[in-house]
Structures are given as C-alpha cells and as structure tokens.
Design a protein around this ligand. Sequence first.
Ligand code: P5A
Length: 486
Amino acid sequence: MQLVKQGEPRPRERWRDFINWFNWVIMETELYDYRYPVKGAYVWRPYGVRLRRIVEGFIRQVHDETGHQEVLFPVFIPYEFLAKESEHIRGFEQEVFWVSKGGSGEERLVLRPTSETAMMPMFQLWIKDHTDLPFKVYQIVSVFRAETKATRPMIRLREISMFKEAHTAHADREDAERQVREAVEIYKRIFDFMGVPYLISRRPDWDKFAGAVYTIAFDTVMPDGKTMQIGTVHYLGTNFSRVFEVKYLTPKGTWEYVHTTSYGISERSIAAMIAVHGDDKGLVLPPNVAPIQVVIVPIMYKGTEEAVLREARAVSEELMGAGVRVKVDDRTDKTPGWKYNYWEMMGVPLRIEIGPRDVENKQVILARRDTMEKYAAPREGIADMVKEVLNDINNKLREAAWEFMRSMVRKATDLKTATELISKGGVVMVPWSGDNECGLKIQQLLNADALGVPVDEDPSREIGGLRDLACTDKQANYWLRMAQRY
Ligand code: P5A
C-alpha cells in the first residue's frame, strides 16, 4: 500500500486521491498513527482519543436511552463455541486469530472476531422466562479479524478497536424484527450526529452476515465515489439460540427458543465522518464531535497584549460556562496566521480572533471552518451567538454531505448506461428480479458489488414493466443498488 509520509506535501485533489488524502489527514493532525509494526493494527493518538471518546459517549447515550445494558465480555472464545453455528464458522474460519499458549493445553482458544458465540452461553444462563425478554446488551471493545482484503488505517483493521456490538434476545420473530427497526433508528441518530449520510439496504442473501437470516446495512459514499459499509443490523432468527440451547419459559408453560439480533459499528464510522466533511486544508469536524469546538486566537501586539489576553480568557470562561469545548491559543512563538492555518487543518469548527481594536469596539471576529466566512460579532451575548453558529455548522455540514451523496446515486435501466455510470463512481440502481443467480450475474456484468435493495425507500417504485438487467427474460421486481466498495 502506498502511504503518505508525515510532513510530505499534501495531495491536493482529495477526489482523485482519496486514500492518500485520508492517510495524510489522520497522520498530519496527529489523530492516528499507521506506522505501528503489525499489519492492520494502528495507534490512536491523544487528539484522536478525545474525538473517539465524544463519539463513544454519544453511542453509549443512545444505547442506554433505548434500554441496552453495557457489558464487557472476555476476548477469548473457545473454538468449539465459535464453530457451533455452521454458517457462522464458515464465514469466519479463515479470519480467526488463534491463541497459542506457553506449555501445552487442551483448550483451543481464539480471539473474538465478533461476540455472538461468546454471548450465547451466558444468555443461556441468564434468560429464564418471558419476563427476562427482550434482553438487550452492548459493549464497545476490540475484536480481531485476519482480513484478507487490503487493510487500511481506520477503515479495514485486523484489530477493530472501537467495535460497538449490541446483542439482543426476544420472545418471537415479531419482537426481534421490531428490534431490528429500533436498531436502524439508533444508527440513524448516530450517523446524523456525525453528519454522515447513509443508504440503508437489505443485503442480498449471498452477502449477509455469517449466521444471519438477513442483514440490513448502512453504506455511505466516499469522496472518490466508492461506497463504504458503516454499520450493519442482523436478524439472526433462532440460528444461534438453537445451537446454544437458549430457551425461555412462555406464559403457557412451554419452552421456546429466543430469537436474536445483533448490530455493529466501528471506528470506520469515524473514518467516514472525516472523509465526507474534510477538504484540501485538512479536517472539518462537525461541532458535535470536535474535541475543540472553538479556538480563540488573541492578536497580541506590544503594549496591548495584556488587555487582549484578558479578554480572550474572559470569552473562553464564558463559553466554557455555556458548555462549549474551547481553547485559547496563547502561544507567543507562533504568528496568528500560522495558528489560523494550523487550527483549520485540525478541523476546529469555529475560530474567534480578538485584537486590540476588537476589545475597544466590544466585538470579536468569528471565522467559520465550513464556509471560511469571517465576520464581526458583538462581545455581548457571545456564548449564545457561538452556540447558534455551532448548531448551524452541524446542520450545514450534514446537509452538504447528504447533498453530495444524493448526487452520487443514479438509476440505469440498460447495461450500457449502468456500465458507464458505474465507471464514474457512486451508486447505480438497476432493475433486478430478486433472483440470486441474476443478481450475481449483474455483479459480474458491472464488475461491481450489490449493496442490496433499498430499505429507506420503496424498492419497487417505478419498476413496473422493466426487465432484470442480467436476466432479460425476467421481470424486474426491485431496484438493486450497485457500487464499487471499500
Ligand atoms: C454485528 C455486531 C457483526 O460483526 N456481530 C456483532 C455483527 N457485523 S459486521 O457487519 O461483521 O460488523 C459490523 C460493522 O463493523 C465494521 N467492520 C469493520 N471496521 C473496521 N475494520 C474491519 N475489519 C471491519 N469489519 C467490520 C463495519 O462497519 C460493519 O458494518
């Protein structure tokens, strides 16, 4: 993999050279370091950890609010447990990291690639009767997958270090499917918070999670037109509960298998957030997630620096009191111009400049990172004003990202147009019968992957009379989203 070295000139065209831009920006802003000497394992640096903690905080809040309880399971899973569900092990067998021990041991352990088979034996002990259901837990932990596709910093990891996985158990299919819908709403809230737009699709059967009855996936479009899977929700039916004997006593006095679901997101969602908002200058962070929401740069000249600094600190106090994450950059060895460039690269949403004239005029200068607008605002009532601007930046960034993604989704009803559009990047919706063989053929013809049929809009809208893109003797029943994927 071609990686940019720290300090090298930054790539100018994020569009053409997205991965180089991405690697440059996470490295240069000291969010992340990809030089760790193990493939697919990377380091979060302090600025990155602060960002991550804010995102994790929101993820926890949303799960807690919806009745999920946080747990922490061991990283070890006995191999026999991972292998109990036949489809599950078929999917993960090649990606499992084995644990070797000093001396000899009978137990064969693996590092969890996901925790369904770690949770199930404990669910079996904890769930007794119908009053225990629904049962909803989650954890934010590391999981390990020996990914065979090329690893990429923050995007495709072998140690996924911010894996939020939720696991739930229900009395019947109906309640489990209600949970699937709740999970979709939870993920919408999380991605809206970060301003990341999404397409929600039901994955085709050949691409569902190993062991699932069906998978609903969130994808977003990267600046280069390729899509990225940023979250998935699985209905697992009784596939896991049967092999782990997870049963509950019904009010009628009979024993039934629970229906389970699981859903997960990872730090890849942070990568998506960075990708959809960033620009040639560097990061552009939505205030919702920015470790520093406002940076105050005092313009210091000899003679007036004390008054200016005092004012900068007073504004900082006021903002802090209003719950704003603020920093005063009072370094004396850097010029204001240098600081502007630096904090712009770091993605700080709003800069406040205060000079001697501003103190005199009872005003401050606001500079927005998203629009690069700069204007004077009255000193009086600054906290309210700043909160309003931060809110506006959250909304504008989210809207701009949605607009870009929507512009990258198109429809094609014939092979020639579909092929042309796919080569330009983005998502192309094509008519599909619903037949798996035809879907696989469409993938081959377009040399692209099927994301699935829309869950966020009617998949059969305006499909009447159209034919399957690959099996032209078959009537089309759905629009199938196709794309090149990360
Ligand atoms: C759901 C949670 C699961 O593992 N078990 C528990 C289910 N689903 S999944 O689709 O395999 O993964 C959930 C999300 O995690 C992200 N992801 C990754 N991120 C970074 N590096 C990886 N190697 C990686 N693999 C999966 C994806 O966003 C995926 O949707």
